[in-house]
Write a protein that binds this ligand. Structure first.
Ligand code: NI
Length: 198
């Protein structure tokens, strides 16, 4: 069995190569932030397997259907098998990864502590200062007017605070939520009235 630290280093190399060329919302830096945040939460949550948390966080987007046409966690499984990770561990990692995905999980709460932690870390990356930057980067990539991105805050991002699983994530989400609310207040003053609603 490969040492956990070395395996995580290899996974970082793997995602850095895999996401090269992606910008904005789903680049390698998003994955690395989710990884660091997931470890931060895991240190404060009793009863989770930190190595599963680390690898599920690093691999949580490598088979995202919006980015890749791999089925059945093919990228994650191939990577882990090539590192001689035991089949049981591969299943646990893939189970945690799949429980984070809204489409695969039909919006249900992940059924393992590792899945709940990675889901929290992924959601935290959608709010706060980084969340604001990612929202406008995504809107720009898709040719959306500024006000459409602003609506996305109300339709989705401002709801995330109440969807966190762990106490640690709830605390961080509350701070990031307040930051977005302040930002939106100032933005709306500067933007002026929406021509569609006046
Ligand atoms: Ni993600």
């Amino acid at each position: 069995m490969i040492r956990p630290e070395l395996l995580q280093e290899k996974a970082i190399e793997y995602v850095t190569l895999l996401f090269a060329g992606n910008s904005g919302g789903h680049d390698a830096e998003h994955t690395l932030r989710v990884y660091r945040m997931a470890l931060y939460i895991a240190e404060r949550e009793p009863g989770c397997d930190r190595e599963i948390v680390a690898l599920a966080a690093l691999l949580h987007d490598v088979d995202d259907p919006k980015l890749f046409s791999t089925a059945g966690n093919r990228h994650a499984r191939d990577f882990l098998a090539a590192q001689n990770v035991h089949a049981d561990r591969i299943e646990l990692i893939c189970r945690a990864v799949n429980s984070v995905s809204f489409s695969l999980n039909r919006g249900q709460t992940p059924d393992t502590p590792e899945g709940r932690i990675v889901q929290d870390a992924d959601r935290l990356d959608a709010i706060g200062a980084v969340g604001i930057a990612r929202t406008f980067a995504y809107g720009g990539e898709h040719g959306r007017p500024l006000r459409d991105s602003v609506r996305h805050f109300y339709d989705k991002l401002l709801l995330l605070k109440d969807m966190m699983n762990t106490d640690t994530a709830k605390r961080i989400a509350a701070e990031r939520h307040a930051f977005i609310e302040n930002y939106l207040k100032e933005l709306e003053v500067e933007l002026g009235p929406d021509p569609e609603t006046v």
